[in-house]
Design a protein around this ligand. Sequence first.
Ligand SMILES: Cc1cc2nc3c(=O)[nH]c(=O)nc-3n(C[C@H](O)[C@H](O)[C@H](O)COP(=O)(O)OP(=O)(O)OC[C@H]3O[C@@H](n4cnc5c(N)ncnc54)[C@H](O)[C@@H]3O)c2cc1C
Length: 269
Amino acid sequence: MTSRMTRKTAEDTLHKTVCRVEGVSKEGGECVLLTLDAPEIAKLAVPGQFVMVKCTDGACPLLRRPISIASAREDKIFLLVQPVGTGTRWLCERKAGDSIDVIGPLGNGFTLPGAGENILVSGGLGAPPLLFLARILADMGKQAVSLLGAGSSSRLVLKNEMAAVCKDVFISTEDGSEGTKGLVTDLVSKLAPKSTANIFACGPLPMLARVAEIAEKASSCQVSLEAKMACGYGACMGCAVPAANGGYLHVCTQGPVFPSKLVMWRNPL
Ligand SMILES: Cc1cc2nc3c(=O)[nH]c(=O)nc-3n(C[C@H](O)[C@H](O)[C@H](O)COP(=O)(O)OP(=O)(O)OC[C@H]3O[C@@H](n4cnc5c(N)ncnc54)[C@H](O)[C@@H]3O)c2cc1C
């Protein structure tokens, strides 16, 4: 069931959908992969975009929470959720057949690359939007290398899904339980991206800052930023992060994906 919001705001251009949970599976530690029946969002979504999810059944008021679209196929969208607080825990407790109220797709996604090698760098829960990107690149006949990092093997997510569409997958874990011991940024340094490389990264801010530094000589580096956001469509301005030029970047409407050169990395938040 789909309904457009009636207020004359930016919301008018978005799809507000109550969608059915088609599937639920466990992924990497406590994470949950949700398959939602959301035809209108699936049709429009591009890699890097997100949805704002109502994470309550109405009993307690809670602002919608932003969740990346981990893929869109036919009428379905996929969300990978890590339970860190009230909203995401509620989401991870959903069962097949439940309904979820979702607005999207929101934000600006990754700019698709031209020629050159494509390197996808995910730290922790950074993998979902990059899986969507890897699938689109594969559909376009373009190859990608995926670098996946996590604290430990049990917290790695979407490894098999990445391997199905990427030329290579390299793994790092901080405790050495799988792949190379260390940080995913060590893998980026080791790979020594050429000047023709296109780098796409999503993960914690310090990781993105280091990727941006290593990628300075690459052809392009796009980063997907996370920021706390209340609305997701530019009404509250709560998700501003400092820009390299001294102003601010609004993660929800101008991002969440930005060329890394636009972000003020030395004191980003
Ligand atoms: C553009 C965007 C895309 C996102 N995509 C995803 C996604 O695909 N999957 C996903 O699970 N999450 C994603 N997030 C993060 C997610 O929105 C937050 O984890 C969520 O809003 C937390 O809400 P909560 O009610 O569960 O926790 P709260 O009750 O709001 O917070 C609980 C505790 O968790 C901490 N916390 C909040 N956010 C995070 C975080 N990101 N990581 C670790 N701790 C946090 C808070 O500081 C607090 O201590 C995304 C965020 C943005 C901005």
